[in-house]
Design a binder for this molecule. Structure first.
Ligand SMILES: [Zn+2]
Ligand SMILES: [Zn+2]
Length: 270
């Protein structure tokens, strides 16, 4: 399959021509797409998840007449599972960020319902890399509320409301996707604006290194898609070069993203 680079350039030029770079208008668009009710619900959902995690573990632990040995085994199992989800989701968010970024950087999705506006935003970012730093932080993080609500609904349908692993999954994924947004934003900031802690975390590869992300911002924008810490960049770069069907501008990445978003919600809390 051959990709029409001319058509791609035309689309980018259209974005360039049409955009007024209005921060206030962007703010209003974000608020319309992700209303305050979703933001409040996602925060309350996380507070509820912390309470339910404590409640489920506490109830199993103390409301049964287990011996000391059994309780100690249970404690290791609970804390082991929690730690596993905390670490796994940190890695998963980097991978998911890369796969979603591949989808939204695809000019073919600029006219696809539901995701067209997101795709426009991602592709606009290639042309104006300063907008991400200039826009309000809350506008950059706010879209994550919709992701948190969607992921939780899927989780509750599959696992019910008495699974502590699901709540740990919701809490950690919510935190990491917000951190991912910040990590991408920080990678575009000037070093002196980031502060020493962020600079240090970037140099340790805990957060996305600006030099690594800069490689993505070179036409035709088909490499280094991960925006959490970039750990999966090499792997995704290699996969997209394996076969023409896996080229970043192939629409196959949409079903791949849907599967990689839904499957962990099904599997990890099991
Ligand atoms: Zn991009
Ligand atoms: Zn960027």
């Amino acid at each position: 399959m051959k990709y029409d680079t001319y058509k791609y350039k035309e689309t980018i030029n259209d974005i360039k021509k049409n955009d007024k770079w209005d921060i206030e208008e962007h703010s209003r668009n974000v608020a319309n797409a992700h209303p305050m009710i979703l933001v409040v619900s996602s925060i309350l959902l996380n507070v509820f998840s912390v309470y339910k995690t404590y409640d489920i573990i506490h109830e199993n632990f103390y409301n049964n007449s287990y011996g000391v040995e059994t309780r100690s085994r249970m404690a290791s199992s609970y804390y082991g599972n929690i730690l596993f989800i905390v670490v796994l989701n940190y890695c998963l968010v980097d991978l998911l960020s890369g796969v979603l970024h591949i989808v939204l950087d695809n000019p073919e999705f600029l006219n696809t319902p539901i995701i067209s506006k997101l795709a426009y935003g991602f592709q606009q970012h290639h042309i104006n890399t300063t907008l991400i730093v200039k826009m309000k932080l809350q506008d950059h993080i706010r879209p994550m509320s919709s992701v948190i609500i969607l992921m939780s609904i899927i989780g509750f349908i599959i696992h019910g409301i008495e699974n502590y692993k699901l709540y740990v999954y919701i809490i950690t994924l919510s935190f990491y996707i917000c951190l991912m947004q910040c990590s991408h934003r920080w990678s575009h900031m000037k070093e002196h604006n980031r502060g020493c802690i962020i600079n240090q975390l970037q140099s340790l590869n805990v957060l996305l290194k600006p030099s690594e992300h800069l490689k993505h911002h070179t036409e035709p924008y088909v490499e280094n898609f991960c925006i959490m810490n970039g750990a999966f960049n090499s792997m995704l770069n290699a996969i997209t070069k394996l076969h023409p069907i896996l080229h970043p501008h192939n629409k196959i990445w949409l079903p791949i993203f849907v599967c990689s978003f839904v499957l962990p919600i099904i599997l990890i809390p099991l």
